[in-house]
Structure formats: C-alpha cells, structure tokens
Design a protein around this ligand. Structure first.
Ligand SMILES: O=C(O)c1ccccc1NCC(=O)[C@H](O)[C@H](O)COP(=O)(O)O
Length: 214
C-alpha cells in the first residue's frame, strides 16, 4: 500500500508552516473561518503564502463562504486547493471549481452509514472527499475537534471520487487508521497541537513519520 498523502491543517504561524515543511507534509491547511482558534486573516495568509513559496500545497478551508471571501484568500495566499467544510451542495462545489479553476475538496461529516452513502452525490463536483467526524450539535466549529468516527463505516463507500480521512487522528493512531481504511490522504489538526490553535513541531514530525510507516 503506498504511503498516504499528509495534510496538516490549521497552519497559522510561520513556525507551524516551517514545521510542516520540515516534516515534508504534502499539504498545509489555512482556516478561513473566524470562529476557529486557527483562523488566519488575509494578511496572515499573504505572509504564509509568501513564506511557503510553492513548497507545500496550500489548502484554503472555508465554511459556507461567499465568492468574494474565497477569491480574496486565493489571491493573498496563492492557494492550490479549496476545501469546503460547511453545507456546500454538489452544485456549489462544481461552481467554485469552475469559477476559480482549483481542485475542490468536500469535507463530509460522518456519524452513520447514510453519511457515507450520500458522498456519491459529489461525484464529478469534488476532486476529493474528506471524511471527518460529525461535530456535536451546537459546536462552534464543524471540524478540528479531535473526534474519531467509526472507520468501518467507510467500507460502504463505493463512489469514484478519491477520498481522505480526518477526525481525531494523531501520531498514535494514524498508522492503524491507514492500515484499517486504506486512506489515500490523512488530515490532522488538533492531534498535532499543544493547545487549540497552537501547533507542536515534534507532534507534526511524529505524525508524518507514523503515517508513512503504515
Ligand atoms: O480546524 C478548524 O478549526 C476547523 C474549523 C472549521 C471547519 C473545519 C476545521 N477543521 C477541518 C480540518 O480539516 C481538520 O483537520 C479536521 O476536521 C480534523 O481535525 P482534528 O480532529 O482536530 O484532527
């Protein structure tokens, strides 16, 4: 089984970006969602984009954002991928893909088999599906909560769209997760932090090493 691609999400400082680059992660995620402890302003995003200088692929994460917000973020940070983490429909995903000419990843919250079955609606609209744990009702943010879902639910996925795994991953369980699910991409945020929104260089290194060992 080839090693999965690795995305470290919630990069909000130059130190966090440098740690991600040093660990040779494939993707670095920037969160454009003000309620998140990992939110980056347009100014932060421009600085991070310039520092990255094309070394890692930058994924902009949006929650039901409008076109102007997304366009401004792309221009500031030179984003490579758009990740939609809200209630965006297949039509909205397809429209953003056409409008901005970037790959679109759709995050899908999973708590039951029906959530996985519904993923086929995004065939042709999204370039990658990111299966993540469903946030509890009333949560301030829909991701980045360190919650794991039942990975066995993914056995039911039969769609053509490539997919990745997120939700409660960390250095201690990512290798098992890859072995059990065969995920082509793994995504982590809180599992490589020392506090919400504070990335930990040694945990980023350990996560990448463990993911590649699977
Ligand atoms: O991370 C956030 O703060 C966030 C805010 C709003 C929507 C999504 C968010 N994160 C999405 C991610 O891509 C996370 O990496 C994913 O949910 C996994 O998070 P974690 O369980 O903390 O590893």
């Amino acid at each position: 089984m080839p090693a999965p691609a690795i995305k470290i999400c919630g990069i909000n400082t130059s130190a966090a970006l440098d740690a991600t680059l040093a660990a040779r992660a494939d993707y670095a995620g920037l969160v454009f969602f003000p309620p998140s402890p990992r939110h980056v302003t347009i100014r932060d995003a421009a600085l991070l984009g310039a520092r990255n200088a094309g070394r890692s692929r930058l994924v902009g994460l949006f929650v039901d954002a409008d076109d102007a917000t997304i366009g401004e973020a792309i221009a500031a940070a030179h984003l490579d991928v758009l990740q939609l983490h809200g209630h965006e429909t297949p039509e909205r995903a397809a429209q953003l893909k056409a409008q901005f000419g970037l790959p679109v990843w759709k995050a899908l919250s999973v708590a039951a088999s029906a959530d996985v079955a519904a993923a086929t609606r995004y065939a042709g609209a999204a370039d990658l599906l990111l299966f993540d744990a469903k946030a509890p009702k009333g949560a301030a943010i829909p991701g980045g909560l360190g919650l794991v879902f039942d990975w066995a639910l993914l056995n039911a996925y039969r769609g053509p769209t490539p997919w990745g795994l997120a939700g409660g991953l960390g250095p201690d369980n990512v290798a098992d997760a890859v072995r059990q699910t065969g995920a082509e991409l793994v995504d982590v945020s809180s599992g490589v932090e020392s506090a919400p929104g504070v990335k930990d260089e040694s945990r980023i290194q350990a996560f990448c090493r463990a993911a590649r060992s699977a």
